[in-house]
Design a protein around this ligand. Structure first.
Ligand code: SAM
Length: 249
């Protein structure tokens, strides 16, 4: 059995080193809405760092100690530690006693809410931390509607003299709305040693109107749903769903 991906922040960063699709979208939102920003599931600080570079104060909630440590180290390296307060917290039970003009749950954070109770609890917490006139933004992978396994290969760019091949096997279970990704990274070091690192990630997928209903039920309104990070409409080929919501009450 592979260890969970979030126990190995270095592997997480290698696997997602080329993923930048969402960055300008969230930076633009911050420019439009201002900070301070509450980030749910901040991970190893992939987006946190850029928002800190842009000058915002952030509260970064992240339950995985390994991911949080990597995030803290990333921000420290950039001399940006003063801009980010890291919280060892859970979006289902968060109670900061503060409200924010912008709350973000980027790159599938909501896909870690497995049950209806988890989902209601987390979105209720979002509403409780959102300022009047504030905005909540999230994105999740669009679900696959057929069962099966897909395989993705990538060659990763590393330091000179090193090479890495990533293979990711994703099992799709559309009935349970669950995907399980097994990442396998083969890393050839400059001394000729070949090492394999593996990790598994489980995600709960959403159907579009299910997610919209969830946001509405938590008291959020003025929903806008997009099929990409350029704010285009949802279509059959959309790989992500991006949603924005404000407070209704
Ligand atoms: C796919 S990662 C995204 C990380 C980061 N936002 C990024 O864009 O790279 C999802 C993150 O959500 C975190 N997470 C899982 N369950 C959570 C919960 N209940 N509350 C807050 N964060 C959670 C995971 O530990 C993980 O770091």
């Amino acid at each position: 059995v592979n260890p969970p991906l979030y126990d190995d922040a270095e592997l997480y960063d290698l696997v997602h080193a080329d993923y930048r699709d969402d960055l300008s979208f969230y930076r633009r939102l911050a420019a439009d809405h201002g900070g301070p920003i509450l980030e749910l599931g901040a991970g190893s600080g992939r987006l946190t760092e850029l928002l800190a570079v842009d000058g915002y104060q952030l509260t970064a909630v992240e339950p995985s100690a390994a991911m949080r440590r990597a995030g803290e180290a990333r921000l420290a390296k950039g001399g940006l530690s003063g801009r980010v307060t890291w919280i060892d917290g859970d979006m289902r039970t968060l109670d900061l006693g503060a409200r924010f003009p912008l709350i973000v749950a980027p790159f599938n954070t909501l896909m870690h809410l497995d049950t209806l109770d988890d989902q209601d609890a987390a979105l209720e917490r979002v509403e409780a931390h959102l300022e009047a006139g504030g905005l909540f933004a999230c994105d999740v992978y669009a679900p696959r509607f057929t069962a099966g396994t897909s395989v993705h290969h990538a060659t990763l760019r590393l330091e000179a003299g090193e090479a890495a091949q990533l293979t990711s096997y994703t099992e799709h279970d559309p009935l349970r709305q669950r995907t399980t990704v097994h990442h396998q990274l083969d890393l050839l070091a400059s001394d000729g040693t070949l090492r394999r690192r593996s990790a598994t990630l489980q995600q709960r997928s959403y159907h579009r109107f299910e997610l919209e209903r969830l946001l509405r039920s938590a008291g959020l309104g003025a929903l806008r749903s997009f099929g990409d990070f350029q704010r285009g409409p949802i279509h059959e080929g959309s790989r992500v769903w991006v949603m924005l919501a404000g407070r209704r009450r």
